[in-house]
Design a protein around this ligand. Structure first.
Ligand code: PMP
Ligand code: GLN
Length: 383
């Protein structure tokens, strides 16, 4: 068959989770918590399941959830957004990313992604007829955290560039953006027709007293941005697949044209429950940084004496470990070997990159109960 995605295999998340299951390994590969959503939220879902909220929600999402999102955007980012014309509830962030890409990318357009780039971006661009341009994040002696090379970004933006996809807090490296970087980005695209797609699914998971600088905080960038998030990360409920896209009215109108044909609408009782929980318990997302920072610190302390080297993640629930002092094996092979031989599954970072990496890196999800983190670390320390 003449494949529309000839270069695409099965996503690494399915590959590694399947292998982890087959081997009975601790699964720190695919990003999902080992713990449950808050009881108060589960109670609200039960309530709606039992009280006739089981038919289609409006195409753009329930009014209650769209308003809860606008309240949050105003609270956290100072952005006043219209719930009717600027927020759409989606089938997880994945569908929001797909719909935003298809809303703006025409055949022949170029879309810039920052490598390592989350694996759903490029196939969506390809299906829209666009061309993905990979710009590697860089790390140097003076700035050892992965970061955007703005000079190269400026050179990479051409008259063909339609969209730049950003993802901060960044999966898999855990790095975050500073507000001055938003200004630099604004300068680079000021006289262009470039749109921005900002994948902010880890917006509430930022450590060390830092904060997340959403594109929604920036007046100039907001005017051309799709800001995407996922309730799965925030509420320990990745299996619910509910997210949203916030964007100015003109962009939202185009976005909804795609969304309505991809899935039309999203599970009603869960939307209503999340809206209730966001209004009744806003402290939940404010407490996430402390909750996950404790896990990051615990995991990092447990492997401090191992032969892995690392820089603690600045956000997300992923920790990158460099294994170059242990072996120079290829990371895809090594992650599978660790899954089979010591029973700890991780994600090889090279699968998110077009060009080979200098470093040997694996990504570990630390959204796990402490006993799981302890057992995994003790196995990793034996290497
Ligand atoms: N973007 C990034 C960077 C992610 O890590 C994920 C999933 N963990 C998604 C998008 C997809 O989110 P969802 O499960 O809500 O579709
Ligand atoms: N986003 C999750 C991760 O990075 C995986 C989501 C998926 O399996 N598609 O691990």
């Amino acid at each position: 068959m003449d494949s529309k995605l000839p270069a695409t295999g099965t996503t690494i998340f399915a590959v590694m989770s399947t292998l982890a299951q087959e081997c009975g390994a601790i699964n720190m590969s695919q990003g999902f918590p080992s713990f449950e959503p808050p009881q108060g939220l589960l109670d609200r879902v039960n309530h709606y399941l039992q009280n006739s909220a089981n038919q289609y929600a409006p195409m753009q999402g329930t009014s209650a959830l769209r308003h809860a999102v606008t309240d949050k955007l105003a609270d956290l980012y100072g952005r006043e957004v219209n719930a009717d014309t600027e927020v759409t509830v989606t089938d997880g962030a994945t569908e929001a990313l797909f719909a935003a890409i298809h809303a703006v990318v025409h055949p022949g357009d170029e879309v810039i992604v920052l490598d390592p780039a989350y694996d759903s971006y490029e196939p969506a661009v390809t299906l829209a007829g666009g061309k993905t341009i990979h710009l590697p994040l860089i790390a140097s002696e003076s700035n050892p955290d992965f970061h955007i090379d703005y000079d190269r970004l400026k050179e990479t933006v051409t008259s063909k560039t339609r969209l730049i996809i950003l993802n901060f807090p960044h999966n898999p490296t855990g790095v975050i953006l500073s507000p001055s970087e938003l200004d630099t980005l604004a300068e680079i695209i000021r006289d262009t027709n470039v749109y921005l797609l900002s994948d902010e699914v880890y917006e509430h998971i930022v450590f060390d007293g830092q904060r997340h600088w959403s594109l929604a905080t920036h007046d100039e960038l907001w005017g051309r941005s799709f800001v995407v998030s996922s309730f799965g990360k925030t509420y320990h409920a990745t299996g619910w697949k509910v997210g949203y896209c916030a964007a100015p009215p003109e962009l939202t109108a185009e976005f909804r044209k795609i969304h309505q044909w991809v899935c039309y609408t999203v599970i009603t009782p869960v939307q209503l429950a999340i809206a209730d929980f966001m209004s009744s318990t806003p402290e939940h997302h404010n407490e996430l940084p402390t909750f996950y920072q404790e896990k990051r610190d615990r995991f990092c302390a447990l492997i401090a004496d191992s032969r892995f080297t690392f820089r603690p993640a600045k956000g997300t629930f992923f920790q990158i470990l460099d294994y170059s002092e242990i072996t120079d094996e290829d990371d895809v092979e090594y992650s599978k070997k660790l899954t089979r031989e010591i029973g700890v599954a991780s994600i090889p970072v090279s699968v998110f990159c077009e060009q080979a990496l200098d470093a040997r890196l694996l990504r570990f999800c630390f959204a796990k109960d402490n006993d799981i983190l302890e057992e995994a670390a003790s196995r990793l320390c034996q290497l």
